[in-house]
Design a binder for this molecule. Structure first.
Ligand code: FBP
Length: 554
């Protein structure tokens, strides 16, 4: 029986490209002390041991330099946390190879099913045989992932217990902003307890919102966007061939619109909504509908009753009145056993209405019942509304349809409107990592090893200069506290890594802004990116995202 595709087999032997420094003897360069991005005093007080640490760089050691080494064998743990992102297996293989290179007796343990593996003491010892099976593959199935939040001291203490038992002196948490915040909280706690356990984070999320002056992109964003852009391109070709459907395509990405923006840059749809712009312009849901309707009517006037619309999945949270409503719902739902115990949608709906302010109640009542119900579904363990389950694309189709019917009745619209809805998210999260993600992730893993060997804790593994060829990338570490600010979560103010939303003054958004009239226009400007290529010329196989390129050209 065939168990692997030819591509799977070929990818097993792909050797990820790495920064030159990681291929040789490495020395540690220590930068200037750092400050958090905001709320400095509050963060300093919460993280007395990990606040203000310097940025670190790993450089090629010259003769006479002190080289990073770790002669005594060490045991390290690794945890995959949160949503899957292409490249996670390569972080683990980089970590594994990095550890073995330092000392063949070093061991890597994988905690199973995400952070809960640490608490429940579920783990495996990763061997050559296991790791080799997963090199350059998508998914997180090597050890599994989960969304358990590590926030209580009994959980941290359970972590100490298993680390002592297995002789683990460091572990790496591969996760998004919330998981890396947890990593820092753990690092701080373990320093305070002086239990000799280091914690290092790695920037993962397809959402692309874990980025800042130091972290240029999170891993997985590149592959996921390439997969979605391929699908969007295919749909556009179909739309342009059949000329009869408007495709409303919602794209994952939680709050930030980076995925929608990147896919728009790659595929040039007729419309791409950007949540951050909707918020900045204080737009209502009706304004958003009007914006879409204007393009549909204009195209219909040119005889074109088809097109593509990209919708970021977090859109709904960025419409100011909706944001207030969602915040009220978040606060209402936080630890609300009464609500949880209610039977049936109607009872829940009545209960919700009785808890809301008059303005939010009115908005809640005006929403289609299905959408209103989706807004009150369980929050994730971090208190966030699970936007992937809110079908904004269907809401927009319904509203656009109604508006077009009104315009038709008054003779202002004469076209035909048939809409199809799509949601792309899970299709891209476990794709075989692009060369970019395979290389980036492997480098992040090797870097994490070197940070551990240098005795560091409370750092995130850092690889920069990503628009250059991989051997020119620069590796190092950034203190996690540097990226933090205080935010309201589950009704309380908490230290968290600041999410990067789309910068409306940034080059990627400005590119969209200056081209969207042309893309909306009668003459289709669609681009068909095609599938990710793993073998072939560099300009086809090794390109980073358009977002990264535009940001670096600026
Ligand atoms: P992370 O933030 O953990 O990387 O997850 C990202 C994401 O894919 C979001 O884009 C999406 O909203 C969410 O996960 C879906 O969550 P789930 O996997 O629990 O359905």
């Amino acid at each position: 029986m065939i168990k692997k595709s030819p591509l799977q087999i070929a990818r097993t032997s792909y050797q990820p490209k790495m920064p030159a420094a990681l291929q040789k003897h490495v020395r540690l360069c220590i930068g200037e002390p750092t400050e958090s991005v905001a709320d400095r005093e509050a963060i300093r007080q919460l993280f007395p041991n990990t606040y203000g640490m310097p940025v670190l760089e790993l450089a090629v050691a010259k003769q006479g330099d002190e080289v990073i080494c770790h002669s005594t064998p060490m045991n390290v743990g690794v945890i995959l946390s949160g949503g899957q992102a292409p490249g996670g297996h390569n972080v683990i293989s980089g970590l594994f190879d990095g550890l073995k290179r330092l000392n063949p007796d070093n061991q890597l343990y994988g905690f199973l099913g995400g952070p809960s593996g640490l608490i429940d003491h579920k783990y495996i010892l990763l061997t050559d045989k296991i790791v080799d099976e997963y090199r350059n593959t998508g998914g997180f199935d090597i050890i599994g992932s989960g969304r358990t939040k590590l926030e209580e001291t009994w959980q941290f203490d359970k972590g100490i217990e298993i680390c002592k038992q297995l002789g683990i002196t460091a572990f790496v948490i591969i996760g998004g902003d919330d998981s890396n915040t947890n990593a820092c909280v753990l690092a701080e706690y373990y320093l305070q307890k002086q239990c000799g356990i280091q914690v290092i984070g790695c920037p993962k999320t397809i959402d692309g919102d874990l980025k800042n002056n130091m972290i240029e992109t999170s891993f997985g964003f590149d592959t996921a966007c390439k997969v979605y852009s391929e699908l969007i391109g295919n749909i556009q070709r179909d739309a342009n061939s059949a000329k009869k459907y408007w495709h409303f395509i919602r794209l994952m990405g939680r709050s930030a619109s980076h995925i929608a923006l990147e896919c728009a840059l790659q595929s040039q749809p007729n419309i791409c909504l950007i949540s951050e712009e909707v918020e900045a312009k204080n737009m209502t849901l009706n304004d958003v509908v009007e914006q879409i309707v204007t393009v549909i009517v204009d195209r219909a006037n040119s005889g074109l009753n088809f097109g593509t619309i990209l919708i970021p999945e977090g859109l709904i949270e960025f419409i100011p009145a909706m944001r207030v409503l969602i915040q009220e719902l978040n606060d209402m739902l936080a630890n609300n056993e009464e609500f949880a115990s209610l039977d049936g949608d109607d009872a829940k709906r009545e209960y919700v209405k009785s808890c809301l302010t008059p303005a939010s109640c009115e908005l809640y009542r005006s929403l289609p019942k299905g959408i209103a119900r989706q807004l009150t579904l369980d929050r994730d363990p971090h208190g966030n509304v699970m936007v992937s389950q809110i079908e904004t694309e269907k809401l927009l189709i319904e509203m656009v349809q109604k508006r077009l019917a009104q315009l038709k009745a008054t003779g202002q619209y004469t076209g035909k409107f048939a809409a199809l809805n799509h949601f792309f998210g899970y299709e891209g999260r476990c794709a075989i990592p692009s060369n970019f993600d395979a290389d980036y992730c492997y480098s992040l893993g090797v870097t994490a090893t070197l940070l551990i060997a240098s005795g560091k804790t409370g750092y995130m593994s850092l690889v920069r200069g990503l628009t250059k060829p991989a051997d020119e990338w620069v590796a190092g570490g950034v203190p996690i506290t540097m990226m933090m600010n205080m935010e309201r979560r589950n009704g309380k103010r908490k230290p968290v890594i600041q999410k990067a939303l789309v910068d409306l003054k940034g080059a990627p958004f400005r590119y969209l802004e200056s081209h969207r009239a042309e893309w909306a226009d009668a003459n289709t400007s669609y681009i068909y990116p095609g599938p990710i290529q793993y073998y072939g010329p560099t300009e086809v196989c090794d390109q980073p995202t358009r977002t990264l390129k535009l940001e670096h050209e600026a």
